[in-house]
Structure formats: C-alpha cells, structure tokens
Design a protein around this ligand. Sequence first.
Ligand code: ATP
Ligand code: MG
Length: 261
Amino acid sequence: MSDVSMAKGPGGAGPTAQDLVVLTDVNKHFGALHVLQDINLSIRTGEVVVVIGPSGSGKSTLCRSINRLETIDSGTITIDGKPLPAEGRELARLRADVGMVFQSFNLFAHKTVLENVMLGQVKVRRRKREEAESKARALLDRVGVGNQADKYPAQLSGGQQQRVAIARALAMDPKVMLFDEPTSALDPEMINEVLEVMQQLAREGMTMVVVTHEMGFARSAANRVVFMADGRIVEEAEPHQFFDNPRSDRAKDFLSKILHH
Ligand SMILES: Nc1ncnc2c1ncn2[C@@H]1O[C@H](COP(=O)(O)OP(=O)(O)OP(=O)(O)O)[C@@H](O)[C@H]1O
Ligand SMILES: [Mg+2]
C-alpha cells in the first residue's frame, strides 16, 4: 500500500493531484428538504473515509451522488479529475469505476453467483467470457465463497451474499469502492466475515468510502472519519481524535448515544 499519510497536499487545503474523488460546494434537495448542504470533500487515492451520522443526515444520498444514482442541484463532483458523466455508455463506465455495495445485497436473483460476478465484466468492460470467469472465480476465492459459485443468491447466507456483492464490484476494477451500511442487514455472526474482507481491501490500498455504524471498523481501518448531521459535514478528523476528542456538540451527542448502549 502506498504511504497515504504522505499523500496530503501542501497545506492540506483544496484538491490536489492525489485527490481521486472531489466534491465541491455540492447541494441537493428532495423537495423542500435540503439534504446535502455545501458539501466539500476530497478523498485521496488509497484513503479510507468512514462516514457516520444520525439517521436522515444524508449519508446515503452522499454516496449515491458519487456514482450518480442521485443527481445534484449545484456544485461539482469529479472522479480522477473528470466530472461525472450525465448518461449513456460514459455513465455505465463511471458506475463500474465506482463500485457500490449496499445494505441489501442487490444480486441478480435469477443468475448464479458466478454469473453475477461475470455479467458486468462482459457487458461493461467488454471482457471475453473465459477471462471474466477466471477473474470471477479468483475474486470469489478471495472473499471466501469460491465453493458457492454455482449456487443462486437465495441459497447463500446474508454474509456470503454480501461478499459476492463485494466481489462483483471488485470485478470491474473500480477506482473507488462505496459501501453504504454493508453489514446493517446481517445477523451478528455474519458481520465480521464481511468486515474482514473490507479490512483486507483497505490494507491493500483500495480507496474506500464507508457508511457504517461499526465503530471498531472505523477506528481500525479509517484514515479519516467524516461526521454528518442535517445534510452538512459537521466534523472531520482522524479516528482516534474523533472518537476520543470530538469537537462538536452534535458529534459528542451522537457518540454518547451509540457508544454507551
Ligand atoms: N428519494 C427520496 N425522496 C425524498 N426524500 C428522500 C429520498 N431519499 C432520501 N430522502 C430523505 O433525505 C434525507 C437523507 O436521507 P439519507 O438516506 O441520505 O440519510 P442517511 O444519513 O443515509 O440515513 P440512514 O442512517 O437512516 O440510512 C432523509 O430525511 C430522507 O428521508
Ligand atoms: Mg442511509
């Protein structure tokens, strides 16, 4: 893994060449609700950013905006220096560059595990089937479900399905991976097997944005914690600083509720 701590721009202000995902003055409304308010956020190559905050604070909307599942009202979002494409093949490629893993696993129910991990490679990345299959098998092995390749998603546990969803996103060779509460729908005994795959990815230098309530993961894997409330980024800090010394009252309040349960 590259030395992420060296990747900070001089002075730390404004986007730099290492910034892979850059949101500048992003605003979004749902009707009268101002769900993203003047969001400025830069994510460097190899950085792991954990986004936390109360329900309804805009965490999912932020993630969904980064791969254009939601449009924004104003501001800009760039990936690798390029603004998000609006539609067509360019948009499909962007979605492949930005892997997304949701709370609900969103696998294709009528396709086998192997086909789930091959499909995008063939359709979007235009790989030959043999190449897509060997890559799919290697990734399924890597996330620990290689022996499930010929089953259908419903025949797998939630933890296994989520690991297939991660393999499917990785099969596209994404530049960045977005995780929106990937373990929230899982039974407790399955949470760790998914978090371990994510920990491994982080160690290998994958650029990741992770919305999660798993504070142990945030502490050990994140380079930075972003705390959102009411559509704003209220606080950003390294994990130890954020958890041990939150600055804002909103963050203190939030942490006291989730950590003392
Ligand atoms: N498609 C939509 N139409 C209208 N309102 C929406 C839509 N999606 C989200 N919202 C509202 O926008 C706000 C932010 O939602 P969002 O899902 O981004 O929050 P969140 O921080 O991910 O919350 P949670 O922790 O519950 O997942 C909420 O008030 C939500 O009700
Ligand atoms: Mg959400």
